[in-house]
Unconditional design. Sequence first.
Length: 246
Amino acid sequence: MSGHSKWHNIQGRKNAQDAKRGKIFQKISRDLYQAAKAGDPDPDNNPQLRLVMDKARAANMPKQNIQRAIDKATGAGGANFEETTYEGYGPGGVAVMVFCLTDNKNRTAAAVRSAFTHSGGSLGASGSVSYMFNRQGLIEILRDGLDKSEDDMLMDALDAGADDMKASDEKFQIFTDPSSMTSVRDALQEKGYDLDTAEVTMIPENKTEVPSDKVGQYRHLIEKLQNNDDVADIYEAGFIAEDEED
């Protein structure tokens, strides 16, 4: 293998790892914001915020990132953050929704529009793709170390007030009405479950495979959005085929 090819492969793996870490940090930042917004910003008085902060530390999330997410919820420093959502089509016509927390809508709108247009996509009007998603509560429990059968897990989830459950080799995904997510989360925690995810999210009704010749552009779009501090979450109706993942 030539030196250039080896460097290219190493750099490619590093970029993929950085993108994965960025997605994790983005998700934790959103969870920190929501937990602090819904309750006391002091983790000593807010068990949910304390749990998310523990998860942030376990993921080696920088302290300044943790504090920034909490400050957004509390308005610390005089900044007034607003929630806003942008909708558009990524490369290959894949529907993408971008949820933002911003103190400057003009700056955020320009950055999000630039990410779409420079990645072969286009930003749409409000409502242009949101109809393709359903707002649902989502709770995820990892199967690793969990001594529960699928039937037992389903019974516990339904008893807690969940609507449905899906199981994979890695985890259980429990779906709830958005208004019931918190009560279902609390009931499962009282049963002793360690929750990996507990959130209200947007789930696409159907997913579209990103065309192979658009995968690079699609990744570029998602990475640009993930690297924007104003972006709190990205909801995608697309997926990349396994043979295109590396």
